[in-house]
Ligand binder design. Sequence first.
Ligand code: NI
Length: 405
Amino acid sequence: MKLADDRMLEEIKEKVSSLNARLVNIRRDIHSHPELSGMEHRTSQLVARFLRECGIDVREGVGGYGVVGVLKGAKQGGVVGIRADMDALPMDDIKDKPYASKVKGVMHACGHDVHTTVLLGVAMVLSSIKDRLRGTVKFIFQPSEESGPGGAKSMIEDGALEEPAPQIMLALHCYPELEVGKIGCKDGVMTASSDRFTITVKGRSGHASRPHQTVDAILVASMTISAIQHIVSRRTDPLHHAVISIGTINGGTAPNIIADRVEMKGTVRTLDKDVRQKIPHYIELILKGITTATDATYDFHYEFGSPSVMNNPRVTDLAREAIKEALGSTALVELEEPQMGSEDFAYFAERVPATFLRLGTANPRKGITSSLHTPDFDVDEDAIGVGVTALSWITIKYLLQGGKI
Ligand code: NI
């Protein structure tokens, strides 16, 4: 690293530590006032206010409650987009902490409060060196990550990636499988695609004692459920992971009446594009075969959701280098496996070379170990400074390189 860059890094680190108490307060404020997907009114207002305080141009109401901030450096250069999600989950917070959720049935159990705070921290840090910044940084605060079709899609449709168009994009997610101070990286596939389907099996009802005069929708549905599991075990290459789960089943009215209708809803997760494209076809073949054999009929509705997040190896390499420089080589963890969870950052990463990082948030010594989406989820708040340092330095490094990777 050049001496001037070295000095800049030291300055960034000092700035981050001076902001720490303020950022912890912001995180606790957002954590105690969680908002469900599509309802992020308060959070987006708070975000817009802090961005304006930093002298950043702000556009609100982008694809819902999305907020986009644009920071133009003193000199021309590359454009980096950084995205944070803002929504919470429909569950009760059982933590015994002063900053636990004040809203019954709503909780930041996926750490999106941390993501929002980290990105505000990055905005504060980068705006403080605006006079030396060579290029533009776009801060994308996204609503509705937890609920389909998702805020990433609606923000993109509403122009979040235009004027200026980012050349690379960054995002991170809390990751309690790693201890605080560590950041996980991976090339290629990072998360699963996530699709949904609804199957309605239609039969003919009648008295349960005269089944030969009926078409039993419950029996046909049960045959269908079993047969669908053959898609993963016998139709899919064992090296290409896939999950098909049926999560709801509804049908029937009484023990002595054959049901004429059963509705089932399920989800499909895959890590491979080809497998993803074939699964709806296989489900339909099973439905056709079983209903033909049983005189039933069916409706089948399949909805493609988020694709997999694909990490661009060159952007990920830039992140690896920056993390090692800013936080030391022990901070960088190579992740072996993708996750079967999904993440709508995939829509950004489909359009712009991007990397999605895993921010270590656990600290067993402080008893902070619970998983995402659990009612006592919490993070070691030192992760905020780690995230701000990493994202700030990756951004600066890219701009210092003249917007090239
Ligand atoms: Ni999440």
